[in-house]
Design a protein around this ligand. Structure first.
Ligand code: IVH
Length: 690
C-alpha cells in the first residue's frame, strides 16, 4: 500500500473507507449494548474500535462528521421512554489504568490547589451498573432518569419507584435535591435471575450490569419490580436550592445515608497518593467477595471547596479519577483446541489462543472445561472468542462472537484415543467428563500422579516439582534415554548420581532431593493412601480409611461391603477404592513401594470409649522439638487416632512430653515437674501397645 506522502488522495480515500466501516461497526455494537442490552463484543474491543476511529478522524480532520459515534457521549436515549433534560449534565470520569497515572492525577491536583500537603480523598468502589439521577421536590421522589448521552436521559421514574433501595420520601427542608448514583444488580440476584431465565428457556444475561440495564429499561415496571435491582448513591448534583449541610464529599455521603439512601460501606477517606493506592490494592483483593460487581475505584478530592476550585476539563471533573482494573474480557482468535490429560485421566479441551492481554496478564491458553461446554457455547476452531480471566481464576472461553465466524470454522470432536498414550477414551453415561483408560500406562497421568504423590499434603517430598518430574518421566535432552521414573516406587531407587545427571541439576540439589525422598519413607498410612491418588479419595477420606482399617493390607483386602462400613464412605467412593486395588498395575506399584522400604506407620486406633485400656488413650501429650521421621502434625494425628490428647503447654496434668531435636523450654519444664520425657521411638512403642 502506498504511504500517505506518496499519494495523499488515495490515503484519504482509504482512511475514509476505514472510518465508514468503523462507524458502521461501532453503531451496531452500540445498538446491541444500549438498546438491546445484549452486548456483542467486550467493552475493551468497543474501546479499541472507538480509539481507532478517533485516530483516523484526528489524522484526517476532513473525515470527521457530526453524526460520527465519536461525537457523542454514550448513546442517545431509546425512543421507548420520554426524554429528560438533565438540569446539570451527567459527565463522565477520566480513567487511569496505572499507578503512574494516579500519581500524575494527584500531582496535578496539588499543583492546581497550590498546596504541598497531601490531599484528603474520599474513595469509593466504581460500581459496574448504570448511572441514574433522582430528583426530589419537597422531599418527594419526582423524576428518575438514566444518563443517556449526558445531556438528555430516559425517564424511568415508574421503574425506579419499584426499587426498595430508593426512598420515595425523604426528610429534608430542601425543596429541590438531585441525588446521583448507580443502579446495579447484586451478584446473588443476578445468579437467581439467570437461573429463572434458563428455566423458562429465555435468554440469559451476560453480566449483572447488562441485566441491571435490561431490567431498568423495561416498559412494564412490574418486570423491573420482579428483578430486584439495587441502588447506591455516590453524589449530589448542583440542583439543590440551599447550601448542602456538608463541606466534604464524605460528610455528604453520611448525610445521604442519614436520609436513608443506600451508601456503600466499602467507601473510605484516605490521605495522599499512598492512601489511594492502598485502597485500590485492598479493594482489589476483596473484589471477588464483594456482593456486587465493580470495575475499579473512584477517587474524589474530599473538600467540596477544593472540588470547586479544581473544576472540570472538557467533560470530566479534575477533582476525581476512576482507577480501573484491567479488563476481564478480551477478544481473540481461537487457533486450535488441544486436549489435556489430568491425573485421573480426565480429558480437558483447552483453547489455544492468539496471545491476548486480559485481566492484567497475557493469555495464550484457556479452558473449555469439557465436551458439553464446547457444544453449548458452539465453539469452533477459527472462531473469534471472548476470553475471560477474573482475578486468579483460570482463564476460560466465555463465548464466541457469532458474526465473526470465518467460513470453514471447524467443529471440535473429543478424540476416541488418548492424545498422549493412545489408550481408549471412555465417557460413562450421564457424565460430562471423558477419560483416558490408560491409567498409569499413560505418561500424562503418570506425570500428574507423581506430582500428586510428592505433594506437600501427600508424601511431602520437597523439591520434586513439575520440571523435575518432567525430566524424570521423559528426559527431554535425549528422548531415547531410559526413563528414570515410571511409578512412584521408582523414586525410592534414585541415587545422587542419576539425579545429578539430569539437566541443570547441581550435585547439592541432587543430594537434597535424594535425602527428601528418603525422608518420606515413613508416612502415616493416611498420607500414603491419599498419595496413591485413588479417585474420589481426598485427604479426609484417606484419614477415615486409615483410622478404620489401620493397615494397608486390611484396606487392600476390603471388599465394597467392608468399605461401606467406614463412616462417610458411600457407594461411589467404595467402588472407586475397590476398583483401584483390583487393578494389577496398582498392586504392583504398591508392592514395589513396600519393597523399596516405604513403610506406613502403624495406626493404633483406640476408640475413645475404651479409654484406659490402651496406654495412649486418655493421656495428655506435649510435642516439642523436631522428631526424626515424622512431623509434629503427624505425631498429633497418631496420638489423637489412638484416643490421646495433645496439648500445647506442659503442666502437672501432662502425661508425656515427646521431645525431638532442639527441644527447648517445654523440655525444661517437663524435667522440673517430673513429667515423663520420651522420644519418637518411645512414642511408637506406646502406640504399638494395645
Ligand atoms: S462519580 C462527574 N462515583 O462511573 C461524574 N461515578 O465514568 C461523577 N460510577 O457514569 C461520577 N461508581 O456511572 C462516581 N463511586 C462512583 C461511581 C461512579 C460508578 C460510574 C457512573 C459514571 C461513570 C463515570
Amino acid at each position: 500500500m502506498a504511504g500517505p506522502a506518496a499519494d495523499p488522495a488515495a490515503a484519504l480515500a482509504a482512511a475514509g473507507a476505514a472510518a465508514a466501516s468503523l462507524r458502521r461497526e461501532l453503531e451496531r455494537h452500540a445498538h446491541a449494548y444500549y438498546v438491546l442490552d445484549a452486548p456483542t463484543v467486550p467493552d475493551a474491543e468497543y474501546d479499541r474500535l472507538f480509539a481507532a476511529l478517533q485516530g483516523l478522524e484526528s489524522e484526517f480532520p476532513a473525515l470527521a462528521t457530526p453524526d460520527s459515534p465519536t461525537q457523542r457521549v454514550g448513546a442517545a436515549p431509546s425512543s421507548a421512554f420520554a426524554g429528560v433534560t438533565h438540569r446539570v449534565p451527567m459527565l463522565s470520569l477520566n480513567n487511569a489504568f496505572s499507578e503512574e497515572e494516579v500519581v500524575a492525577f494527584d500531582r496535578r491536583a496539588r499543583e492546581a490547589l497550590g498546596s504541598e500537603a497531601a490531599i484528603a480523598y474520599a474513595v469509593e468502589p466504581k460500581f459496574d451498573g448504570l448511572a441514574v439521577s433522582l430528583t426530589y421536590v419537597d422531599g418527594r421522589f419526582e423524576t428518575g432518569a438514566t444518563r443517556g448521552d449526558g445531556e438528555t436521559g430516559e425517564d424511568v421514574t415508574a421503574n425506579l419507584r419499584t426499587l426498595q433501595a430508593i426512598p420515595l420520601r425523604i426528610d429534608t427542608t430542601l425543596s429541590l435535591l438531585e441525588v446521583r448514583g448507580e443502579v446495579l444488580m447484586r451478584r446473588r440476584d443476578f445468579a437467581r435471575l439467570n437461573e429463572a431465565q434458563r428455566a423458562r428457556g429465555e435468554r440469559e444475561f451476560v453480566n449483572p450490569r447488562n441485566a441491571a440495564a435490561g431490567s431498568l429499561r423495561q416498559l412494564d415496571p412490574a418486570i423491573t419490580a420482579a428483578r430486584r435491582l439495587w441502588f447506591y448513591a455516590y453524589g449530589v448534583a448542583g440542583g439543590a436550592d440551599q447550601p448542602l449541610p456538608a463541606d466534604r464529599h464524605s460528610a455528604l455521603m453520611d448525610w445521604l445515608a442519614a436520609l436513608r439512601f443506600p451508601v456503600t460501606p466499602d467507601r473510605a477517606t484516605v490521605c495522599g497518593v499512598a492512601g489511594l493506592l492502598d485502597y485500590f490494592a485492598g479493594i482489589g483483593a476483596r473484589r471477588a467477595t464483594l456482593p456486587y460487581d465493580i470495575d475499579g475505584v473512584v477517587y474524589k478530592v474530599d473538600s467540596i471547596a477544593d472540588q470547586q476550585r479544581l473544576g472540570f476539563v472538557s467533560r470530566a471533573p479534575r477533582f476525581a479519577l476512576a482507577h480501573k482494573f484491567p479488563a476481564e474480557e478480551a477478544m481473540t482468535e481461537l487457533l486450535g483446541i488441544d486436549v489435556q490429560v489430568g491425573r485421573t485421566g480426565a480429558l480437558t479441551p483447552v483453547a489455544r489462543l492468539k496471545p491476548v492481554f486480559v485481566g492484567g496478564v497475557t493469555v495464550t491458553n484457556a479452558t473449555l472445561h469439557n465436551e458439553d461446554e464446547v457444544r453449548r457455547k458452539d465453539v469452533r476452531v477459527g472462531d473469534v472468542v471472548v476470553v475471560r480471566r477474573a482475578g486468579d481464576v483460570i482463564p476460560e472461553v466465555a463465548r464466541i462472537v457469532p458474526e465473526r465466524r470465518p467460513p470453514g470454522a471447524r467443529e471440535f470432536t473429543m478424540p476416541v484415543a488418548c492424545p498422549v498414550c493412545g489408550s481408549a477414551v471412555a465417557r460413562p453415561e450421564g457424565e460430562a467428563i471423558s477419560r483416558c483408560t490408560g491409567g498409569l500406562y499413560c505418561s500424562a497421568q503418570r506425570r500428574q500422579a507423581l506430582l500428586h504423590f510428592a505433594s506437600r499434603r501427600a508424601m511431602d517430598i520437597e523439591g520434586l516439582g513439575e520440571k523435575l518430574v518432567d525430566q524424570l518421566v521423559s528426559p527431554a535432552a535425549d528422548p531415547g534415554a531410559p526413563r528414570l521414573v515410571r511409578t512412584p516406587a521408582d523414586l525410592y531407587r534414585l541415587d545422587v548420581e542419576q539425579v545429578g545427571g539430569l539437566e541443570r541439576m547441581a550435585e547439592k540439589s541432587a543430594r537434597n532431593l535424594v535425602a527428601a525422598i528418603d525422608a518420606s519413607r515413613r508416612p502415616t498410612l493416611a498420607r500414603l493412601v491419599f498419595a496413591l491418588g485413588i479417585r474420589n479419595v481426598g485427604e479426609t477420606t484417606a484419614r477415615d480409611l486409615a483410622r478404620h482399617f489401620r493397615t494397608l493390607d486390611a484396606l487392600m483386602a476390603a471388599d465394597e461391603p467392608a468399605l461401606l462400613q467406614v463412616p462417610d464412605v458411600g457407594p461411589v467412593v467404595a467402588a472407586s477404592i475397590a476398583t483401584f486395588f483390583a487393578q494389577p498395575h496398582n498392586r504392583e506399584v504398591i508392592d514395589a513401594l513396600l519393597a523399596a522400604g516405604v513403610a506406613p506407620q502403624p495406626v493404633v486406633a483406640m476408640p475413645v470409649a475404651d479409654a484406659g485400656l490402651g496406654v495412649v488413650a486418655g493421656r495428655t501429650f506435649v510435642l516439642t522439638g523436631t522428631l526424626p521421621t515424622i512431623t509434629r502434625d503427624d505425631a498429633r494425628a497418631l496420638i489423637e487416632a489412638a484416643g490421646g490428647k495433645v496439648s500445647g503447654s506442659v503442666s502437672k496434668k501432662t502425661d508425656y512430653v515427646v521431645a525431638g531435636e532442639e527441644a527447648g523450654s517445654k523440655l525444661e519444664k517437663a524435667r522440673q515437674l517430673g513429667v515423663a520425657v520420651i522420644d519418637e521411638a518411645g512414642l511408637r512403642e506406646l502406640l504399638a501397645q494395645e
